[in-house]
Design a binder for this molecule. Structure first.
Ligand SMILES: Cc1ncc(COP(=O)(O)O)c(C=O)c1O
Length: 404
């Protein structure tokens, strides 16, 4: 058993760069969700961080999976999740994906074509399929009108096709799924969205799915990336949600209401640790060269690039870009005089810059830098094969202070 900082120091002797995920934080976050929302069940969005010890922790806490590929469905099956704990939703599924996932998960059809494909697969096997439909509703998380989207079936198109969908005799439409977007910190915005979702579910129950079994609200629970941001009031949101959910469940008893989350569960539980390889001065500017930055943890460098080119138009850039000050850079074991430095990586590209002109204690080769908020959309998004450098390790720090 050892404390977190000692562990980082010891691990840095063996790995020049690594992710470390704290089990106790993941468990605390899940507890906070479960205790705040009495009437919701949570699905972990595997795509945010599929590291196996993370998945095992989440499954042990009773969560199901929001799977975005057949591989993620298989990960859930391997960890013992029953079919009705895995919800497979993604655009562009192939017939093989559907055949592979059919007995192992509840498949959410993303288009009319997918409904047709599901009907044909079910016919072939002679087994009726419980199926969900992803809807692109006439509202979003944050507005009362819809937007064009590559995800799901537009609400209007769904209405026009009710008769046709009802004629698909091998499918039981048992649920709906909407995911509008991620990273919302405002309780009222999320409350209004949940309210709209429950209304949509009533419409679907009355017109399309008399056997409605689930309403999947998607994700959206945000985390504060910088210290200036106020965390989402998760207890207040849960209370507002429960009030609405209780009324909904009186009207339609027995329906499961799912909320998906990846970021809220693991985002802040991960830290990226890297090592100073070199330091130099060029035309009066001090550059610190770090191990595996853009290739190991792409989001900080990407944030710099996006800001340089986006001209303020940053809508829809999640999960690649959240905000300017989303990551904190620290040198927890250095105590030199403060100096202004630019932090770069060891790739042969000038875009490999993670922080410009920030102040840190004077650094030297071998010193350690930590980067915060590295639990979600971090390792999974990073181009680790770039320049054929050895990829960063991924390490799990258990609640007992052990390393996995
Ligand atoms: C369908 C779906 N559900 C859930 C999530 C995760 O949401 P969050 O980032 O709010 O945890 C995503 C992320 O892209 C998603 O596409």
């Amino acid at each position: 058993m050892s404390d977190f900082n000692t562990t980082i120091r010891q691990l840095a002797e063996r790995h020049r760069s690594f992710y470390i995920y704290r089990q106790s934080m993941i468990e605390d976050n899940i507890r906070a969700l479960k205790s705040s929302f009495k009437n919701a069940q949570f699905l972990y969005s595997v795509k945010t961080n599929p590291f196996e010890p993370v998945l095992k922790t989440v499954v042990r806490q009773g969560l199901g999976f929001d799977a975005a590929s057949l591989n993620e469905v298989l990960m859930g099956e391997k960890l013992g999740l029953a079919r009705d704990k895995i919800y497979y939703s993604a655009p562009g599924k192939t017939r093989d994906d559907i055949v592979g996932a059919a007995g192992r998960s509840v498949i959410i059809a993303d288009s009319l074509n997918e409904l047709e494909m599901l009907q044909s697969v079910a016919k072939e096997t002679g087994k009726k399929l419980d199926t969900g439909i992803r809807i692109n509703p006439d509202f979003t998380l944050g507005s009362e009108s819809g937007v064009s989207s590559k995800f799901g079936i537009d609400y209007d198109i769904l209405k026009e096709n009710i008769q046709w969908i009802n004629s698909l005799d091998m499918l039981n439409i048992t649920g709906i799924h909407v995911h509008s977007r991620s990273q919302e910190l405002n309780r009222q915005t999320l409350t209004r969205y949940y309210e709209n979702m429950l209304k949509l579910a009533v419409f679907v129950k009355e017109n399309l799915a008399p056997g409605l079994k689930f309403v999947n609200m998607g994700g959206g629970l945000g985390i504060p990336y910088s210290c200036g941001q106020r965390p989402l009031d998760i207890h207040g949101l849960g209370r507002a949600f429960d009030e609405m959910a209780e009324k909904f469940l009186e009207q339609i008893p027995g329906v499961k209401i799912f909320i998906e989350s990846g970021r809220y569960i693991v985002g802040k539980a991960g830290t990226y640790v890297t090592t100073v390889l070199d330091k130099k001065v060029s035309m009066g500017k001090t550059y610190v060269i770090l191990h595996n930055t853009l290739n190991g943890f792409i989001r900080p460098s990407l944030a710099m690039l996006v800001e340089a080119y986006a001209n303020g138009n940053l809508f829809g850039s999640e999960p690649l870009y959240t905000q300017k000050d989303a990551f904190e850079f620290s040198a927890p074991f250095s105590d030199g005089q403060p100096e202004q430095v630019t932090l770069c990586g060891n790739l042969c590209t000038a875009t490999d810059v993670v922080a410009k002109d920030i102040t840190l204690p004077a650094l030297k080769p071998g010193d350690i830098i930590t980067i915060s908020n590295a639990g979600s959309y971090a390792a999974v998004l990073s181009p680790m094969q770039f320049a054929s450098l050895p990829a960063p390790a991924q390490i799990f720090f258990t609640s007992d202070g052990l390393i996995k």
